[in-house]
Design a binder for this molecule. Sequence first.
Ligand SMILES: *Cc1c(COP(=O)(O)O)cnc(C)c1O
Length: 445
Amino acid sequence: MSTQELDKKHIWHPCSHMHDYEEHPALPVTHAKGVWLHLEDGRKILDAISSWWVNIFGHCNDRIVHAIQKQTAELEQVIFANYTHAPAAKLAAHLSALFDDRLPKVFYADNGSAAVEVALKMSYHYRVNTGTPLRKKFVYVSGAYHGETTGALSVGALGLFKKVYEPMLMDTVEAPGPDCYRCPLGLNRDLCHAECFTGIERVLNEQADQISAVIIEPMLQAADGMKIYSAVFLKKLRALTADLGIHLICDEIAAGFGRTGTMMATHHAGILPDFVCVSKGLTGGFLPLSAVLTSETIYKAFYAPFSEQRSFMHSHSYTGNAIACAAACAVFDIFGESNVLAEIRKSGAHIRECADTIAEHPRVGEIRSIGMVTAIELVADKETRTSLPVNDRIGYQIYRYAESEGVLLRNIGDVIYFMPPYTITKDEIKFMTDVAIKSIRAICG
Ligand SMILES: *Cc1c(COP(=O)(O)O)cnc(C)c1O
């Protein structure tokens, strides 16, 4: 049987309406290099979304391939309780240096959702260990996405992923978050002072003594349609949570590692969270790995003799996988040896310029960008910013059209976005944006 036939017979794909596969079966990829995916039928497709935001230095990047090959031949995996190895130790030092060693403790897990679970559990366990177990609530903001395991889903806001499972989730609190394109105060994210902060401010002030932590995606709410907001919101949130003794968890899983033009998105605001979750770009998109960074203060609350039973007993079988850690160390080497952030800002600005050529189209509501992310939000009405009818699946049709023209542009509803590997060239940017614009015109007129 062909790959496609075997797939159709046995595979249940992620985040997919399997019914759609009848008309569009999964495309078998035989190899990939740089921004290009090569298909079994000889076609090639430009990966404009970094294969779900994970790939930052191109597919089969030589540096990372070499690091993985070398590590695999030496040590692939070892139990990470009571044993350690150079790649994990070296990587932890790199990670804590991201916050000037002020988050010096690193706990590894193997995907983004698992890192979020770890941060939530650590935050609450800290409360138990420090005698305030009634602080057990978690607050998230509207538009939030933190993964899809039940704990992570409980602090997510997106009905598409959450609604069905509500009855089985943790009791959490949703606070109003920034919504800049449709700002209820009519302000502009580049000029405002995050006046919308008063919404979450009220929630935190009212329930402070019951709240363990607030979790937020810094600068970029990616899964909710690449929504971008002001760093002032983060500054205010850090100041208030610190005043009220509430932990701040920054979920850098999508936004970290240069994606927004700074190494960590939190750096735009110059704040220090209590917990930072990283994954996705961490291994350059080669292997699943995640980490939670936290402070000496949090760590100390767990540090006690066996008899006190304060330790964090969480574990995953593949914690600190040596091959994944070696890939991540190679990612840090690449960042260390060339000015990646300057390249990101340059290429990001170029993508934005190309996208802006469709700004006047009657269906284009907003074009927004930060670092290596540019999004085009399509609307029914530019004036009222009314969304397109969901069942028309306009974004999906654009995705299909662009794919047939050689670009993978996986839509989020009616938001079309570019989030390519940082290594994309000028010519590739031109091809990617030309196809996107052609596809929008083909579907929207
Ligand atoms: C992707 C993502 C996650 C979940 O990571 P997985 O590895 O898919 O479990 C969590 N938070 C944010 C902000 C993400 O973009």
